[in-house]
Design a protein around this ligand. Structure first.
Ligand code: G3H
Ligand code: ZN
Length: 286
């Protein structure tokens, strides 16, 4: 059934677990995430990023409507989340498109401007009944840019600033920069667990880990124990899908029916979803 992100994250956080949130680009991603979550017996979040909307020719509704319909048919709770949004017009479509939550991304702005923009977004989101996540300290590797130097100023979330940011903006969850980076195709990141402990202490709202494809399963499980309640994964699905399609086409040179290779890609993504949920100790039974 269709669930709300706020409820899924709160339930996971109460059990010191995390709920996994997977980025979806195509209908095959949607089907694979739900199949993988069903196999794991865990709730799951389907998230659509502003970049994915750009790929869908600027249209949110076609993929959103398909995702809502798939969520309604799922045997585990599934929520819809709008991810890494900078465009106000997109943010304003969220509730009508079936999303219960949004991530407003002003992390690239200087602190004061991040606070002002995020507070305005949070006020609006709450007026619509939406749960809102924001980011402080920048998790690098966005939009095809190289990963940030993890020691560069602003590349890590500072606990005192995080406490002030949450109080000043009123956000419901905070994405923190603790060593992960977006778009890593190998799981080689090392997380700063001491910083996570300090952030967990400083901030009362649930914490979110971005760029989790680059985080080894053991590190991820430790981060969940350390207070991460939402684990965002995108690239790992694309790695699994593309590898399976490439292998399928290499083995079946004469194939022309896209269902053949898309099925191989979808199956590989579903397996990656189930593996990630299991490895992170994310989710829990519903
Ligand atoms: O918001 C999306 C996530 O942070 C996904 O990051 O593609 O590196 O797993 P990833
Ligand atoms: Zn992210």
């Amino acid at each position: 059934p269709l669930a709300t992100t706020g409820a899924l994250v709160a339930e996971a956080a109460a059990k010191q677990q995390a709920v996994a949130a997977f980025n979806v680009i195509t209908l095959e991603h949607v089907e694979a995430v739900i199949a993988g979550a069903e196999a794991a017996g865990s709730p799951v979040i389907l998230q659509v990023s502003e970049n994915a909307v750009a790929f869908r020719q600027g249209q949110l509704l076609p993929l959103a409507r398909a995702a809502v319909a798939a969520a309604e048919c799922a045997s585990v709770p599934v929520s819809l989340h709008l991810d890494h949004v900078k465009r106000d017009d997109l943010l304003r479509q969220a509730a009508a498109a079936g999303f219960s939550s949004v991530m407003y991304d002003a992390a690239h702005l200087p602190y004061e401007r991040n606070v002002a923009a995020t507070r305005a977004a949070a006020d609006w989101a709450h007026s619509q009944g939406l749960w809102i996540e924001a980011e402080l300290g920048e998790v690098g590797g966005k939009d095809g840019r190289p990963p940030l130097d993890p020691h560069a100023p602003g590349a890590r979330t500072e606990p005192g600033e995080a406490r002030e940011f949450v109080a000043e903006t009123g956000v419901d969850a905070l994405a923190v920069a603790i060593g992960s980076s977006h778009a890593m195709t190998e799981a080689t990141a090392t997380l700063d667990h001491a910083l996570l402990a300090a952030l967990r202490e400083a901030v009362k709202v649930p914490l979110v880990l971005h760029g989790s494809s680059g985080v080894p399963a053991g590190e991820l499980a430790l981060a969940v124990t350390g207070g991460i309640a939402k684990v965002n994964v995108g690239t790992a699905l694309n790695v699994a899908m593309t590898r399976a399609i490439r292998d399928h086409l290499a083995e079946h040179a004469a194939v022309v029916d896209p269902r053949k290779y898309l099925a191989a890609g979808r199956e590989a993504m579903a397996a990656a979803v189930a593996r990630t949920i299991g490895g992170a100790g994310a989710g829990g039974h519903c």
